[in-house]
Design a protein around this ligand. Structure first.
Ligand code: GRF
Length: 192
């Protein structure tokens, strides 16, 4: 059984899907640490409610990204985390951190990459008028949303969709896909 860290900045619905899947025994692994750059956020509330260890920090309290990342790595090591699951973590990681966990960082993105990378994927897909968007689970490399794609799912854009309604349907797909991918990674069944 592998131990992993989940990094999140927001509401934490993907974290919750991972917690629930672990509880149901659908992931051959456990969450050793939840990391957040937002000391009060839904993700941390969910982590604490599940009795998980957490580490929260304020980026502004640190001289640069590497200084907080060094603490994160120490905490991950101490908690025995072998890989990193990004679940709505809104910070770009340094090349130093990415190399430290090379091939061992997963991310979920709310569009079908390489379409609509960046922080406003749902809004951008709506603005482009596409009929179908979706979500992507991928490995993280040093670019933004450019790492090797693991699994994608389609979500149709419906007439009258807003960013909120479309986000909700995309997230429902993420909640289904992400625990499956994390389980495959835990079992060593995901070659890069
Ligand atoms: C997810 O939709 C993910 O694709 C994006 O941020 C969102 C996080 O949502 N990167 P939540 O905090 O897991 O609810």
């Amino acid at each position: 059984m592998k131990t992993f860290a989940v990094f999140a900045s927001g509401g934490g619905s993907n974290l919750q899907a991972l917690i629930d899947a672990c509880v149901r025994g659908e992931i051959d692994g456990r969450i050793g640490l939840v990391v957040s750059d937002k000391p009060s956020c839904g993700a941390l509330d969910r982590a604490r409610a599940a009795g998980l260890e957490t580490y929260a920090f304020r980026p502004a309290d640190h001289a640069d990204r590497e200084s907080y990342e060094r603490i994160i790595v120490e905490r991950c090591d101490r908690a025995g985390c072998e890989f990193i699951v990004l679940a709505g973590f809104m910070r770009v990681l340094t090349p130093w951190f990415i190399r430290r966990y090379e091939g061992r960082i997963l991310n979920t993105h709310p569009a079908r990459l390489p379409s609509f990378p960046g922080a406003h994927a749902v809004r951008d897909a709506l603005a482009a008028g596409v009929a179908v968007t979706g979500c992507t689970i991928h490995f993280v490399d040093e670019g933004v949303d450019t790492g090797p794609i693991i699994l994608q799912s389609d979500v149709p854009v419906l007439p009258g969709d807003s960013v909120e309604t479309l986000t909700r349907r995309i997230q429902a797909e993420e909640h289904r896909l992400y625990p499956r991918v994390v389980n495959l990674f835990c079992r060593g069944e995901l070659p890069v």
